[in-house]
Design a protein around this ligand. Structure first.
Ligand code: PHE
Length: 354
């Protein structure tokens, strides 16, 4: 029995060396130390021993068990360590690898131009105002000195929603909204005169037009309105010169041609030096050397009066520019419809710089 135990121990330790995974260790443990294992079988044989032999062999069995358990533990630990090291080696992250580039969206060229324009006007002391795209007939026309049935309404083919509601054909209705809000605020404060105004109002407008390369039934305008004491046409020219030079470059000039709008008097259309030929005359500017970008003028006294500003005390200028036109010139886009069909091949070229 003694020899048997010694052999068992040696055999077990020998086998243990061959085990190379935790899984195999488990099997080994079952074979030698488990309930149905060899050591248990040896214990069972003790009933045939004499009373003197029994404690001796019993102690020996315990000794062998302890030795095996000890060896198992050591081996197990070594295996675990090896496995951990292997995993660490395999899963090492190379922090010097370049990251994966995520596709970034891009800013719509119209929004980009509006943002640039806003930055310029904010720098000139303007504030940004807004108005709704669904407007009242009164705000879009009446408050702008265009009475019902006035032929000037034919200048802008209008989408009507009902008799009194429409999709605004211009951003000019924001003029009356801002002026009236100021008059109201002055009243609330108990002041006799409303505050001066210096705003721009960018936004979407709608006209019943057939879409082609230069016309779209929906487009963007930036309205401007300055109302204060002693505002003159030279102020208008100065602001517009500064703005166009910041947008197009310091070598462009503007020229003002007489025009007509019901809500300004006098009225003017403003051209900038053709970006393409620099003023020489080319196909794009139809040989004139100039490109029209906006309508403007001195605010009509009727508009001021209807909103509650005293035209004896206040004068002002207003302008409205077509954003698409400027963006087409600025970014070399040849068809206005590109802005609204959102072809990613075009749009993705306008990566945001922010
Ligand atoms: N609202 C005019 C248009 O859409 C432009 C304009 C604005 C002209 C302000 C004069 C003053 O054509």
């Amino acid at each position: 029995m003694k020899e048997q135990l010694v052999m068992l121990k040696e055999q077990a330790l020998e086998k243990l060396k061959e085990q190379s995974t935790l899984q195999q260790l488990g099997d080994w443990k079952a074979t030698y130390l488990g309930k149905k294992g060899e050591l248990t079988a040896a214990l069972r044989g003790m009933k045939d021993l004499s009373a003197e032999e029994r404690p001796v062999i019993g102690a020996m069995v315990n000794e062998v068990r302890e030795a095996l358990e000890q060896a198992l533990e050591t081996k197990e630990e070594a295996l675990r360590r090896a496995e951990r090291e292997k995993r660490l080696r395999e899963e090492t992250i190379d922090v010097t690898l370049p990251g994966r580039a995520l596709p970034l969206g891009s800013e719509h060229p119209l929004n980009r131009l509006i943002r640039e324009a806003e930055e310029i006007f904010l720098g000139l002391g303007f504030q940004i105002a807004e108005g709704p795209e669904v407007e009242t007939d009164y705000n879009n026309f009446g408050a702008l000195n265009v009475p019902k049935n006035h032929p000037a309404r034919d200048m802008q083919d209008t989408f009507y929603i009902s008799e009194d509601m429409l999709l605004r054909t211009q951003t000019s209705p924001v003029q009356g909204r801002v002026l009236r809000a100021n008059v109201e605020a002055a009243k609330q404060r108990g002041e006799t005169s409303p505050q001066p105004v210096r705003i721009i109002a960018p936004g979407r407008v709608y006209r019943r037009d057939d879409d082609d390369a230069t016309h779209s039934h929906v487009f963007m305008q930036i309205e401007g309105l300055v109302v204060d004491r002693n505002i003159r046409m030279s102020d208008l020219k100065g602001i517009l010169t500064t703005f166009t030079q910041q947008i197009f470059g310091s070598d462009v000039s503007i020229r003002m041609r007489p025009s007509y709008f019901p809500f300004t008097e006098p009225s003017t259309e403003v051209d900038v030096t053709c970006y393409s030929c620099g003023g020489e005359g080319c196909r794009i500017c139809k040989q004139t050397g100039w490109i029209e970008i906006l309508g403007a003028g001195m605010v009509h006294p009727n508009v001021l009066e209807m909103a509650g500003y005293d035209p004896e005390e206040f004068t002002g200028f207003a302008f409205g520019m077509g954003v698409e036109r400027i963006a087409m010139r600025r970014y070399g886009i040849e068809d206005i419809r590109h802005f609204y069909t959102n072809d990613v091949r075009l749009m993705s070229q306008f990566k945001s710089r922010v």
